[in-house]
Each structure stands twice: as structure tokens, then as C-alpha cells.
Design a protein. Structure first.
Length: 180
């Protein structure tokens, strides 16, 4: 792939993410992505021959961003895998949450779309459990953080920002206590 083609591919991905974040997943069409990216529809289809291929690339992009946040927290803050997971959940931007909503909505029609997310979740969970002094409690803490993120994502959370910060702080403290 030429550097120019790679740049075009990134423009298409960026445009798709922007559309979902701004307008919602129902507005993600190949025509909309072409208009947003400044490429022709043929140019978009060259890189992503179907909407499913585009969604898969968007998921890969989102997972790579998560892995970078997770690894950064482990390196920068000397966090355990669980602490880094909780911190990465807290750092998620509204654009990333919109993308996650879109991917979940589309996964209802194509469940295999989430296979890479399932694999990453399994890898993260295994590492968290392996590093912890109490693997079951670590699992519960991981899924508590995940549950709060999902409740926020779907506007189901009853917590104020201050309450959420307090609960996340408590999760983080409990996670720290599980580090050998």
C-alpha cells in the first residue's frame, strides 16, 4: 500500500468515527463517509468494500486505542493490569463511547464483528486474574468498572459525576489492595 493510499484509508476511518460520534450510527453510510472524507465513494470502497469491513476496521482502531491507554497506564503509573484497566475505562472519551455504541448496535446483525473484542477481553481478564492475589475479586472489580462504563454509555447511570469519581476511586483502591 502506498503512503498516499494509507493516508486515504486513515481519512476514511477518521471520517467514519466522526460521523458516528457526531450523528450516531444510523448515519454511517458509505455515501456519508465519502462526503466526510472528501473521497469518492469508489475511493472509500477501495479501502473498505463493505460497511461490515469498515465497522471491523473501526473496531480494530478502537481496540488499538484501548490497548494503548491500558499499556500507557501500566508503564506511566506503574499500575497493575487491573488498575490500568480501571484507569483506561475512566479515560474513555465521548467519541470512543459513541463508536462503541455504534459497534454494539451493528453487532446485533453481525455478532462475529465483536470477535476481536472478545479475544482482547479474554486476554485482559487472564492477565488481571494472573496478577491478582484474589482472582475472583479482581474479576468482579473489572466487571464493575465495565458495568459503570456501559451504564454511562447508554445513559442509564444514576450517578452524578462526583459519585462516579468516588466509586471509581474506591474500585482503584480495592484493585491496589489486590496487587502482590
Amino acid at each position: 500500500m502506498t503512503p498516499r493510499a494509507s493516508n486515504s484509508r486513515e481519512r476514511v476511518l477518521s471520517a467514519a468515527v466522526d460521523i458516528v460520534a457526531r450523528d450516531g450510527s444510523s448515519h454511517l453510510t458509505m455515501d456519508a463517509v465519502a462526503a466526510e472524507s472528501g473521497l469518492s465513494k469508489g475511493g472509500v470502497l477501495y479501502h473498505f468494500p463493505s460497511k461490515e469491513a469498515l465497522l471491523a476496521a473501526m473496531l480494530d482502531h478502537a481496540l488499538a486505542g484501548y490497548e494503548q491507554r491500558w499499556q500507557h497506564n501500566q508503564d506511566e503509573h506503574d499500575d497493575s493490569a487491573l488498575q490500568a484497566y480501571i484507569r483506561a475505562e475512566q479515560e474513555e472519551t465521548p467519541a470512543v463511547r459513541s463508536l462503541a455504541q455504534a459497534l454494539l448496535a451493528n453487532a446485533a446483525e453481525a455478532p462475529a464483528l465483536l470477535d476481536p473484542a472478545r479475544a482482547l477481553t479474554k486476554q485482559v481478564l487472564n492477565r488481571i486474574r494472573k496478577e491478582s492475589t484474589d482472582a475472583d475479586l479482581a474479576t468482579l472489580l473489572m466487571y464493575s468498572a465495565e458495568g459503570m462504563r456501559l451504564a454511562d454509555m447508554f445513559n442509564l447511570s444514576p450517578f452524578t459525576s462526583a459519585q462516579r469519581r468516588r466509586l471509581n476511586k474506591r474500585l482503584f483502591e480495592l484493585a491496589r489492595d489486590l496487587t502482590p
